[in-house]
Design a protein around this ligand. Structure first.
Ligand code: FMN
Length: 402
């Protein structure tokens, strides 16, 4: 059963030692300019030495208004950053592991208070979490600039030695906002039909290809987003087909948005202590208010079910519609689940995020038969605490209030 998981393969022209990928995970290990630090290099080396088939970095911002409000995000918006990234990729390559840069614009899922710039989106639709302001509706010129910045980011990634880029088109960030009817209400050529909503991605894909030829381009998409009138599997199948015809090399299937509670990274219990200690919406709330509102917040943050392999069914549907490789992420933390997902042909690759946070060498442990499941308890403290600090595993222990 284990054999296919640990057989070398070629993904987007890159040789992977196995079919287990580190999914993009914001690390909060950039410096004030968005350049990678020693701590990030150390982490990637642990993951690479620990047997991962490939590493996808945490999301890197393509321009300043698309910067995340999380702690110390990576940026790829300036040529000056290239040498620091080059050092990082060289070190990872010494371990024989490909490394892909995830490139992103947060759109309305960020805060002016952090970026110093207005938040933007395809349409002026307020976010439930980031609701301090209504996002500015991007005009033609601003869309053009954003497309160009994604292309420049890919060019920098190649110069910096990354083996490819992944477009972050999932989790409610800017490209996902264009694709979802919930956030894209435009009546011009950037809204309406799936082709129109996809146009921004098609332009990015086409111009990266013009500039960089066959350089690997992956995409992470939402199979569905849980929003009213939002993305549904019928349309995400169409998006995957459009990606394939635009020359995308592989698609990673995810789901959920930030305002949809813990739908992206599901877990059994909402981590209220982390919410109250670290997130801008709740940390200033008086203790009495926190106590009174807890039941409501707990309810609104409950993850949908199931908690294991929750994107697998959608990934299988998408895989049947395209011939490019499909990667599936989300609650695939157990080797039996992973093996059967791959052996049954539901997906070509599995990617994981939280299992690498608690055990960067989880793949090696699987391969050596030392462990058959991740020790991650899906407490999701890691997911909330990245607003205030670099990523780490809290293993369900309440973080200290700062
Ligand atoms: C701390 C943390 C940071 C994350 N950062 C990113 C990110 O930068 N880009 C992204 O596409 N997904 C990000 N995710 C989502 C994961 O890649 C993944 O889709 C999700 O956690 C479900 O997979 P898992 O069950 O293996 O953790 C993050 C998840 C966590 C827990």
């Amino acid at each position: 059963m284990k054999s296919s998981v640990f057989k070398p393969s070629i993904l987007a022209g890159l040789r992977l030692n196995n079919r287990l990928i580190r999914s993009a995970t914001h690390e909060g290990m950039a410096d004030e300019h968005g350049a990678p630090t020693q701590a990030l290099e150390k982490l990637y080396l642990r993951i690479a030495k620990g047997g991962a088939g490939a590493i996808i970095t945490g999301y890197a911002g393509v321009q300043q208004d698309g910067r995340s409000s999380l702690f110390n995000m990576l940026m790829i918006d300036r040529d000056e950053l290239i040498p620091a990234y080059r050092k990082l990729t060289d070190r990872v390559h010494e371990e024989g592991v490909p490394i892909i840069l995830q490139i992103a614009h947060c759109g309305r899922q960020t805060r002016s208070a952090v970026t110093g710039l207005p938040t933007v989106g395809p349409s002026p639709v307020k976010d439930f979490i980031f609701n301090e302001e209504t996002p500015h509706e991007l005009d033609e010129q601003e869309i053009e600039t954003t497309i160009n910045n994604f292309v420049c980011a890919a060019e920098r990634a190649k110069k910096a030695g990354f083996d490819g880029v992944q477009l972050h088109m999932a989790h409610g960030y800017l490209l996902a906002q264009f694709l979802s009817n919930h956030t894209n209400r435009r009546k011009d050529k950037w809204g309406g039909s799936t082709e129109n909503k996809f146009r921004i991605v098609a332009e990015i894909m086409c111009r990266i290809r013009e500039s960089l030829g066959s350089y690997p381009i992956l995409a992470k998409i939402n199979a569905y987003d849980g929003r009213k009138n939002g993305m549904r599997i019928e349309e995400s199948v169409e998006v995957a087909r459009l990606l394939e015809s635009s020359g995308c090399d592989a698609v990673e299937v995810s789901s959920g948005t930030v305002e949809d509670g813990l739908a992206i990274m599901r877990g059994p219990n909402p981590p209220l202590e982390a919410l109250f200690s670290s997130t801008f919406r709740f940390k200033e709330m008086p203790s009495l208010m926190q106590a009174i509102s807890s039941p409501f917040i707990r309810f609104s943050m409950l993850s949908p079910k199931p908690l294991r392999g929750y994107n697998l069914k959608a990934a299988k549907t998408i895989k049947q519609a395209v011939s490019i490789p499909v990667i599936t992420v989300g609650g695939l933390h157990d080797l039996t689940d992973i093996s059967s997902a791959i052996e049954s042909g539901s997906t070509d690759y599995i990617s994981m995020s939280r299992p690498f946070i608690i055990e960067p060498d989880i793949v090696r442990k699987f391969q050596d038969g030392k462990q058959t499941a991740s020790r991650c308890i899906m407490c999701n403290y890691c997911a909330l605490m990245i607003e205030a600090d670099k990523v780490r595993c809290y293993y369900g222990k309440p973080p200290k209030k700062k």
